[in-house]
Design a protein around this ligand. Sequence first.
Ligand SMILES: Cc1cc2nc3c(=O)[nH]c(=O)nc-3n(C[C@H](O)[C@H](O)[C@H](O)COP(=O)(O)OP(=O)(O)OC[C@H]3O[C@@H](n4cnc5c(N)ncnc54)[C@H](O)[C@@H]3O)c2cc1C
Length: 416
Amino acid sequence: MTQKNLSCDILIAGAGIAGSALACALRDRGYSVVQVEMSDRPLDTARGDHFQCVVADILDRWGALPAFWAAGAEKRHAALYVTETGAPLLDVDYSTLPIPHPYYIYLHHELLGETFLKLAAENPNYVLFRPARAREYDVGPEGVRSLTINLSQDAPAPEGFAPGDTVTIVPRLAVGADGRTSRAREALGFTYDEHEYDNPIVALFGPRLPSDDDPRNTLTSFLGPNGSISRIPRAFGGWKVGTTIRKADIAFWKTATLKMRKAAVAKLAPELEALDLEVGGFYPVKLLNTHKWVRGNAVLVGDACHAMHPARGQGMNVAIRCLDKLVNLLPDPKEIADPETVAKRLRAYESGVKPAIDKVLADNHARGQAYDSHDPAVVAESIEMFKAIQQDPERLRTYRMGSAGYADPISSAAAG
Ligand SMILES: Cc1cc2nc3c(=O)[nH]c(=O)nc-3n(C[C@H](O)[C@H](O)[C@H](O)COP(=O)(O)OP(=O)(O)OC[C@H]3O[C@@H](n4cnc5c(N)ncnc54)[C@H](O)[C@@H]3O)c2cc1C
């Protein structure tokens, strides 16, 4: 049990999807990377589990795709909007789009994280402290000077360290990837706007039925007078079903029998009554947008700086698209010891990419509010919008490209 110091090129606080994806992207670029994750449990399976087509392209460039197929990832070729009785409104088919990977990739959230971390460990200069909480930052105008962590007494420590050690990490560049309640954000003094949506989301899980067989592995969203509900394909033959519920109804969903759950789901989409669904969890939904991302040598990524409503399945996808821009702007390992260069590159990243994310958040918020609303008039408006898009070939193509992650503000963000 001793005090040790550890210098590194890049410190990453948090190993959710944003932190683990970053460690993966950095693995073959010559940096020494230290990652600190407070939880030793798998990530929550109900969270984001579908990578957009554009993210498939990024993973391909990172040399990461084979590892995801090996972990059991599957392809989804379409998203379909239908009425509550299943009448088609809008068919967002990706398969004929002129893009390198015309499909979404889906895999359980915790397996996405594990796969990224397995790849990150290929870096010979990578150390993961887990479980260890990143709390004690020494911060100045130049960013993060150091972070001191206490290693658990009860878990094995990485080579060269022992359980119970106190380690002071001195990074050349520090990344806060510690999620919506980010301690890094607080330590660095970043201010933010936030909006709490009225209604939480309930996530339900169940097996697919033989009659659900579908070569496109379609994600179907049902819209009707009682609200909307989505049936989302899950790897290894399952469904995830998600809908917004009133806070007061959480008690009902916690105690409902299978028969009661079937009846509640059938009110939104009679077709879903056939599914044997178990409750996976309840999610209060918040938008959070920090006013800045960068201070000196420190930068925030993922939900720590831009948490959004899951209605459009964007949070994790946006994070990875930002990371792709960030890693391309980092000083190379020879230059990273120069604090001026680090700060300049991070500022270039912020000024190039943040305006695009502000637009994405505004657009996401509009959709989030519609999804949050239980007002039949709002759902009826969405139905009319989807019908109009389906009937106009140009709008339909733009919508499909946007949904795939192309031709949107992030694609055109000039980082650098
Ligand atoms: C129900 C639901 C469905 C969703 N569906 C989608 C979807 O389909 N598509 C999509 O793109 N997004 C989706 N999202 C959003 C997506 O899951 C998140 O945007 C994404 O997981 C955020 O990743 P993150 O790594 O930034 O944050 P987090 O997942 O919160 O990870 C932060 C990590 O940091 C660790 N940590 C926190 N504090 C500390 C500390 N002090 N020290 C060390 N470690 C710390 C945590 O333990 C955690 O592992 C969904 C979200 C929800 C709730």
